[in-house]
Write a protein that binds this ligand. Structure first.
Ligand code: ZN
Length: 94
């Protein structure tokens, strides 16, 4: 049997393991999966579960996470800026 994408012959061992395979290994759309822990539900009815993502979904997830963290840092840093300002700490010690 030949791959429906590149028309190359599918490795017989692959067909033996996956009798329904229509593509060769190189053309297979199944890539490595990434797992992330997510919280579902709301209020008292929440639970954590592992969600498996394709590579492109994981990229989106990472971008989202970065954005969320960035927003949180912005919110937290502004009111405490004076407290942790290195120049102010140095002045107090003198
Ligand atoms: Zn192929």
């Amino acid at each position: 049997m030949n791959c429906i994408h590149c028309k190359e012959e599918i490795n017989p061992l692959r067909l033996k393991a996956l009798p329904g395979a229509k593509t060769c290994v190189n053309c297979s759309t199944t890539g490595p999966k990434k797992g992330v822990v997510a919280t579902f539900g709301e209020k008292d009815h929440t639970w954590n579960d592992v969600v498996f993502l394709e590579d492109d979904q994981y990229e989106k997830y990472l971008k989202q996470q970065k954005k969320v963290k960035f927003d949180k840092i912005e919110e937290v840093e502004d009111p405490t800026k004076k407290k942790f300002d290195l120049n102010n700490i140095a002045d107090e010690e003198e």
